[in-house]
Design a protein around this ligand. Structure first.
Ligand SMILES: [Fe+2]
Length: 247
């Protein structure tokens, strides 16, 4: 059962719903074994500089930062299905979160990351960097344009593959306000075979991470679209993988 903190009205603080998030220790996801805490957690208060210090990125956005199709072009545009990803960042009471820095990173259409330690055989796309960022508008909305990433294998079990996904980070107005999650694509059967996804106890929580195909936002002869809303806390909260321990 999930906590029913959502019954709070008005300005109440919503406790994180621990049953919504996967346990930190999920042995089928091998790196969770060493990474999960072995001792009881301590709560540390934020320092003043963590609360009030400037946050990298808010004033430094370039015009192509939310366009992964163009922001790494060397010799031409990257290969793969062109997509728009858009949505709204909302708080627990469905109010828009304005001015949040949303960052995203992903593999290319073949499932390959531009990373030194990457060992997958799929080719690097010389015209695709795979990173971008944007800031939510007054209605909490964000959007970016990219290439749909491919699935990729990863060293876990004998033959584990990640479903196609885009990593997301949402920064608030302080360094301590950072949340990280992953977005998956509607209709992908790989989602339900992934040991990372399967660490999430609730099917409903997994479905919150699956962006729906959005035909209305599609551009004819140009770009498909997916809609992915991010809810920061409360009944409809998105699952954040950097807060699995429930803090
Ligand atoms: Fe990934």
């Amino acid at each position: 059962m999930r906590n029913e903190n959502s019954s709070h009205q008005g300005g109440s603080f919503y406790q994180r719903d621990r049953s919504w998030h996967p346990p930190a220790f999920t042995p089928d996801y091998k790196t969770s074994v060493l990474r999960s805490p072995k001792n009881a957690l301590l709560s540390l208060g934020n320092t003043l500089s963590e609360m009030t210090g400037p946050v990298f990125g808010h004033n430094m956005l370039g015009p192509l930062d939310n366009d992964l199709i163009l922001n790494y072009v060397q010799t031409g545009e990257p290969i793969g299905p062109r997509i728009i990803v858009h949505g709204q960042v909302l708080d627990e009471d469905a109010r828009p979160v304005r001015g949040a820095l949303v960052e995203f990173w992903q593999a290319n259409a073949g499932g390959r990351y531009r990373h030194k330690k990457e060992s997958y055989l799929a080719a690097i796309d010389p015209n695709f960097g795979g990173c971008g960022r944007t800031i939510t508008d007054d209605e909490g909305r964000y959007w970016f344009r990219t290439i749909k990433p491919g699935p990729y294998p990863w060293p876990n079990g004998v033959n584990d593959w990640r479903p196609a996904h885009i990593h997301f980070s949402v920064f608030g107005h302080a360094f301590a306000q950072r949340l990280i999650t992953q977005m998956y694509f509607e209709g992908d059967p790989m989602i339900w075979q992934c040991p990372i996804v399967m660490g999430i106890p609730s099917r409903e929580a997994v479905e919150q991470l699956v962006a729906g195909l959005d035909r209305e936002a599609t551009l004819p002869m140009d770009t498909m679209a997916y809609k992915f809303d991010i809810v920061l806390r409360g009944r409809r909260s998105t699952l954040f993988e950097n807060r699995m321990e429930g803090n």
